[in-house]
Design a protein around this ligand. Structure first.
Ligand code: PAF
Length: 306
């Protein structure tokens, strides 16, 4: 496995791979790798010839200086995780390598309309501009490839898809299922910052989603009823302060009052536990095509491992 720190070297190595007919898979991360990231790497490994993982804690996407100061950094462990997952290239640039004038303001940024608005976009102003800018840079560095993102950051995935389509970037964006702890908590690099009590309380997010999803099975129903039911579940847990719990369209992330088809819905939830912000989401009802695709992929995987 090669660890690369410069943009030029990363561009060259991945361009060379393509020149020899190999396909490239990119897994953008901010490090502090966990089983959710490993699932992205495994998927990239199964579908691409060369797998590159970027590890870069992107200052542009943090509004709160305290948040970036406490963001877990575990590079040596991450490196080993990547090697074990069969990654070929780790791209770990410095902040100056990515933003040469840093800490001066970055002159060119990418701003995505529509799906960036509301939810995380409202609670974390500027966050999605930071994400879109760094992902656009990573796509420019990686070149044509398949890029793997977790559905845990569902709005981020929508922003990245929108940007990639609008700017005609030759990258296939692949959304991958959320990986959860056995009690239902979605894996996140931020979970390590929870106190033992907060860790126990955090499971209320996935419980609220399950309650919302159950209600959706009775559709047609009202999104405000679903949102209210999720809110009540979260409010039963005093350590958790709800930011939002909503039922939105799975493509445009807009809440509509009457829900007729739960397959078109995504439930989104965000809350603060002490200084830690957690988000989670789930499908209103899994789309049959998605289930079929997952089944086929699983079959292909079984065939590959013999
Ligand atoms: O999801 C993340 O880890 C980050 O937002 C990303 C996509 C790597 C951009 O910094």
């Amino acid at each position: 496995m090669r660890v690369i720190e410069t943009v030029a070297e990363c561009q060259e190595v991945l361009a060379q791979a393509r020149a020899t007919g190999r396909t490239v898979g990119l897994v953008p991360t901010m490090g502090a790798l966990h089983a959710g990231h490993i699932s992205l790497m495994s998927r990239a490994r199964a579908e691409c010839d060369v797998v590159a993982v970027s590890i870069f804690v992107n200052p542009l996407q943090f509004g709160d200086p305290d948040d970036i100061a406490h963001y877990p950094r575990t590079f040596d462990r991450d490196r080993r995780t990547c090697a074990q997952a069969g990654v070929d290239v780790v791209f770990a640039p410095s902040v100056r390598e990515m933003y040469p004038d840093w800490p001066a303001q970055v002159a060119t940024t990418v701003s995505v309309g529509g799906v960036s608005e509301g939810w995380e976009g409202t609670s974390r102003p500027g966050h999605f501009d930071g994400v879109a800018t760094v992902v656009a840079k990573l796509f420019a560095i990686a070149g044509p490839c398949r890029a793997y993102f977790g559905e845990k950051d569902f709005q981020q995935l929508a922003v990245v898809r929108q940007m990639t389509a609008d700017l005609s970037i030759p990258v296939v964006v692949v959304g991958c299922p959320i990986v959860r702890e056995t009690d239902g908590l979605a894996l996140s690099s931020r979970n390590v910052r929870l106190s033992p009590d907060e860790r126990v309380a955090a499971v209320v997010l996935s419980r609220a989603l399950a309650v919302g999803r159950n209600l959706l099975q009775q559709a047609p129903c009202y999104s405000s009823t679903v949102a209210e039911a999720m809110r009540l579940v979260v409010e039963s847990e005093p350590l958790v302060h709800l930011d939002y719990a909503v039922a939105v369209g799975r493509h445009d992330l807009v809440a509509r009052e009457l829900i007729e088809d739960p397959r078109e819905v995504r439930l989104l939830i965000a809350a603060e536990l002490g200084p830690v912000r957690l988000i989670d989401n789930c499908a209103g009802l899994e789309v049959v095509a998605d289930m079929a695709e997952r089944h086929q992929r699983h079959q292909r995987h079984l065939e590959r491992i013999g």
